[in-house]
Write a protein that binds this ligand. Structure first.
Ligand SMILES: Cc1cc2nc3c(=O)[nH]c(=O)nc-3n(C[C@H](O)[C@H](O)[C@H](O)COP(=O)(O)OP(=O)(O)OC[C@H]3O[C@@H](n4cnc5c(N)ncnc54)[C@H](O)[C@@H]3O)c2cc1C
Length: 290
């Protein structure tokens, strides 16, 4: 590994100053489960590593009714998954916190690190897309808010400047009478990269039984995680019968542009999108007692 300087600031201002003073060649360190390996193999060669875990602003994990869920950039997947309001209001976020890597990885890794790593396969990203999360980014020019759907720019790339930091994710309150679920397919039981992943979030009006909001997001089937807009449109306003769910799921490949690689072919990935989406929708409906 190439030599680098390391700082562990205690305030957000110190962290922003450290990033700004590094000439565009600093990297933030959260859990390090991506970064350390990337530095070891020379994929990332920062001159400065800025540890963000000791910054109180980045350790915020709070649900405020009417405002939503605040997940600081330094909060581990374990802590997020064990926070009761996450299970109550955002079941798919709880699900992904429990499937990243292993228990040891979950104890270190953060959702923010998964988002900033910006892999097409990042498992936390589809659920965040279905809940319309926002990324709060800070840097020398102040603070800005980026909808998660506008955050990703390509495999391993996002819209943050080299001297910016992700401060926290803000997840709006879910709509009434809703549920969200995530499923991925991996060749092994665990510790593998998704061949495809699908998150669904649906809200249903209890009186009419019609779907009032549908969000479907997919991983590992395009250069960035993507929303399946055609499938969403096929659900909204409908009574979610088995036929409607199947027809909508069959539209998910429209949103994809997968590659064939060692994990699966283009055709296989498209088929997985249909199957995984249908199952997540069925799980959501079961959660809603339908
Ligand atoms: C054995 C193993 C299994 C894994 N399994 C999975 C899996 O099942 N699913 C999956 O999606 N991923 C998996 N991963 C990848 C990794 O664990 C996740 O992406 C994790 O969420 C990264 O979080 P982290 O806190 O460790 O990030 P870090 O490694 O600390 O950071 C990741 C990247 O984001 C940047 N960064 C981090 N925080 C900030 C910030 N606040 N502001 C700006 N940039 C920032 C870093 O500079 C780095 O480039 C696995 C990794 C390992 C080693």
């Amino acid at each position: 590994m190439r030599p680098f300087a390391f700082v562990s600031p205690r305030t957000l201002d110190e962290a922003v100053q450290a990033m700004a003073g590094a000439g565009g060649n600093a990297r933030a360190l959260a859990g390090g489960s991506d970064l350390v390996d990337q530095m070891r193999v020379g994929r990332r060669t920062p001159n400065l590593v800025v540890d963000i875990k000791n910054i109180p602003d980045m350790q915020r994990l709070e649900y405020i009714p009417g405002e939503g869920l605040y997940i600081g950039a330094g909060v581990s997947c374990t802590r997020t998954g064990e926070y009761a309001p996450v299970a109550e209001h955002y079941p798919s976020i709880k699900e992904v916190c429990g499937l990243i890597g292993s228990t040891q990885i979950q104890n270190r890794a953060s959702i923010a690190g998964n988002v900033c790593n910006s892999a097409p396969s990042g498992d936390t990203i589809p659920p965040l897309l279905t809940y319309d999360a926002k990324c709060i980014v800070v840097g020398p020019n102040g603070r800005r808010e980026v909808p998660i759907g506008e955050f990703f720019a390509g495999p391993g790339q996002n819209v943050m400047a080299a001297d910016e930091l992700l401060l926290e994710l803000v997840v709006p309150p879910p709509p009434a009478n809703s549920s969200g679920r995530y499923l991925r397919f991996i060749p092994r039981e665990e510790m593998d990269i998704a061949v495809a992943g699908a998150a669904s979030m649906i809200a249903v009006d209890p009186a009419s039984k019609r779907c009032t909001r549908a969000r479907i997001a997919l991983a590992s089937v395009a250069p960035t995680p993507v929303r399946a807009l055609d499938a969403e449109a096929a659900l909204e306003g409908q009574v979610l019968t088995a036929d409607v769910v199947k027809a909508a799921s069959d539209l998910t490949p429209n949103a994809t542009s997968p590659i064939s690689d060692v994990r699966g072919s283009v055709e296989y990935r498209k088929e997985l999108c249909k199957v995984l989406t249908q199952r997540t929708l069925e799980h959501c409906l079961a959660d809603l007692g339908m």
